[in-house]
Design a protein around this ligand. Structure first.
Ligand code: CTP
Ligand code: MG
Length: 186
């Protein structure tokens, strides 16, 4: 029972997990803060947060979600393993994917305020900023869905994400480093 809840929680969170590494692929064009500095004299977000990363990464997460819809459709044509019908699913995927990237931006904002340079690691925040952003935006869009999949069953879904996220983060960053997409393995 809990295994099914955990598997579903992971499956449904994939658009959020896809968005951030995809931002690395699409990123590099036009910094979101336009190169501007905050009142403390440091960059607002830094060169690691770009519009191309935000838009490209966000759409990549939704695109992958659509692939998940297609995969689940023959098995579960109404509920799509938890995403629901097409309209509901699109809202949820947009929220998960762009929420993850907005959370990542918030993480960078906090890092810059603490004097942590772009690309420097900040354990905890680097891993969980996307989770926070994805959940907050998705709660705004469809709180019933978040409750059913992540809060019900004694928080088993949420716990799954909390445990899996740092492991996936490490794995994806090592792949990004080895393949030459990232300069640092974090
Ligand atoms: N990226 C982007 N736009 C985003 C998010 C990420 O262009 N909205 C790209 C950038 O090239 C960035 C890379 O993905 O350098 C890795 O993302 P991340 O680790 O989040 O950024 P960092 O460079 O580590 O910067 P920060 O310290 O601000 O997190
Ligand atoms: Mg980083």
């Amino acid at each position: 029972m809990y295994l099914i809840v955990a598997l579903r929680a992971f499956w449904l969170f994939i658009p959020a997990y896809i968005a951030n590494p995809s931002a690395v692929v699409f990123g590099g064009l036009a910094p979101i803060d336009f190169g501007k500095k905050f009142v403390d004299g440091r960059r607002i977000l830094g060169d690691g947060k770009t519009y191309s990363g935000l838009i490209g990464g966000g759409l990549a997460g939704v695109f992958f979600g659509m692939i998940q819809m297609a995969i689940s459709h023959p098995w579960d044509p109404i509920e799509h393993f938890g995403f629901g019908g097409l309209q509901r699913a699109i809202y949820i995927m947009l929220a998960l994917s762009f929420g993850a990237l907005l959370g990542d931006m918030l993480g960078s904002f906090i890092k810059r305020r603490l004097g942590v340079e772009r690309g420097e690691r900040f354990p905890g925040l680097d891993q969980y900023d996307l989770v926070l952003g994805a959940f907050l935006l998705t709660i705004l869009v469809d709180k019933r869905w978040v409750f059913d999949n992540y809060i019900a069953n004694n928080f088993a879904g949420l716990l799954t994400i909390i445990i899996l996220t740092p492991l996936l983060h490490k794995l994806v960053n090592i792949i990004g480093y080895k393949s030459g997409l990232k300069n640092v393995p974090w």
